[in-house]
Design a protein around this ligand. Structure first.
Ligand SMILES: [Zn+2]
Length: 433
């Protein structure tokens, strides 16, 4: 009989802490098409089982799990990477078990792998038993991630084996699980834009530096309209629907601009539901703003508006802003800031602007005051994030595409905004996951 070989050789994982405060974060949670994960049993199924769960443990036999993330499109260098798998309850008399994990150094196949196929890998240690019905964090795989990205070692992922098999089972949701929210995920933090909240704090409890670096983007400036992930053309009500999949917390009364059905099965909420203004004739299942390329935050007149990240005030075509779908920036009270990393943020409807094209701006610097320029009698801040299209020079408006700064919480390949713009959404807030 063939033996399974895990060669504990020359690898030692260097545990590096991350102290990066101003960093971007991307949450990578692949679905069934992109995810590569499966489990094997020494007795019942020698060959791979690629279903909606991942098992580690056994009852006399042995189950093990292999998992590998395709990190091709993720940042080249990370400051922190954590991996999560969602553990759930077997619903029987079994108990959970601690696990041995390996840094895999030989390839495996999700369709044909056999339990007794030899695999080589570096021993990484023993992990505690998971608690069912909670996320199981395998924290700080940063070194492995950076090795894979740098090509130091090929990315074959990790293997998880049980320390005991006396009716002991860990079961996790796999990338094939129907509810995308519970599939395995990587949380990758890297140096980048990292956005602060663009409005001054308006709650009594926050002051001082909290005005600049919010611990949460939700502490001020209620969201009253969201990015439409399905827009074909910015500011054109082309399909009469709004795709809103993100889970940012909104509240308040939506502004005007009509009512559109929310589709896509997402979890955006305004005051816990999908709110439309009764005065608009909307029902609670409708959102406003079809083809809306940003977030609107409720703001009274003259609320300080701050730069979400450091950068330079941009000027395309002699304007202070990128006229993204607008006939005239000057009529929209707009400021655009280029953050030098492929991202530009825009702030619209300001009634007072303190900065000029070419000015260098620090994170949290006050750039203007909120108002209703371009949208009379409806003061609010329109906050928009644009990302430079790959391969473009970044010197013209058309080089930039809208992205959702709250990221994309749905199945990785299913983001309709990516389908429209060709650019994946990335969570750019400090605490958006
Ligand atoms: Zn807006």
């Amino acid at each position: 009989m063939k033996k399974s070989i895990f060669t504990a050789c020359c690898l030692s994982m260097v545990l590096l802490g991350s102290s990066s405060v101003y960093a971007d974060q991307v949450v990578f949670q692949p679905g069934s098409a992109q995810g590569k994960d499966m489990w094997l049993s020494s007795v019942y199924n020698n060959t791979v089982v690629d279903d909606d769960k991942l098992q580690v443990g056994g009852w006399g036999d042995w189950y093990r799990t292999l998992i590998q993330f395709d990190i091709t499109d993720l940042p080249p260098v990370a400051t922190s990477v954590d991996m999560y798998m969602y553990a759930y309850d077997c619903g029987d008399s079994s108990t959970s078990v601690s696990m041995i994990w390996y840094f895999l150094m030989s390839s495996w196949d999700e369709q044909t792998q056999d339990y007794y196929d030899p695999l080589s890998g570096g021993y990484l240690g023993v992990l505690p038993a998971p608690t069912p019905n909670s996320w199981y964090g395998i924290l700080n795989i940063t070194t492995a991630y950076n090795w894979w990205k740098a090509g130091t070692y090929a990315n074959y992922g990790f293997a998880f084996l049980a320390t005991d098999n006396n009716n002991q089972f860990n079961v996790f949701r796999s990338s094939d699980y129907s509810d995308y929210r519970y599939r395995p995920k990587l949380v990758v933090t890297y140096n980048g834009a990292n956005l602060g909240f663009p409005l001054a704090c308006s709650t009594p409890s926050c002051s001082g530096t909290e005005n600049i670096v919010y611990t949460s983007p939700y502490t001020s400036g209620s969201i009253i309209s969201v990015v439409d992930h399905s827009m074909d053309y910015v500011y054109s009500a082309e399909d009469g629907i709004v795709w809103a999949w993100t889970d940012e917390k909104g509240e308040g009364t939506p502004q005007n601009q009509g009512c559109y059905p929310k589709v896509g099965g997402g979890i955006f909420s305004l005051e816990g539901t999908y709110v439309g203004s009764p005065s608009d004739g909307c029902t609670t299942s409708y959102l406003n703003y079809d083809s809306h390329p940003g977030y609107d935050y409720k703001a009274t007149y003259d609320t300080p508006v701050k730069s979400a990240a450091a950068g330079t005030v941009v000027n395309f075509g002699g304007q202070r802003c990128i006229p993204k779908g607008l006939s005239s920036c000057a009529n929209m009270g707009a400021v655009g800031i280029d953050h030098g990393n492929g991202y530009i943020t825009q702030y619209l409807h300001l009634d007072t602007i303190f900065v000029y094209s070419g000015n260098t701006i620090t994170k949290g610097q006050q750039i203007g005051l909120s108002g209703d320029i371009g949208i009379p009698n409806a003061p609010h801040l329109h906050f928009e994030v644009l990302k430079q299209a790959p391969g473009s020079s970044g010197t013209s408006v058309s080089d930039y595409k809208v992205v959702d700064p709250y990221g994309w919480k749905g199945e990785y390949d299913a983001d309709p905004l990516e389908a429209v713009t060709g650019i994946k959404n990335v969570c750019l807030w400090q605490n958006c996951q």
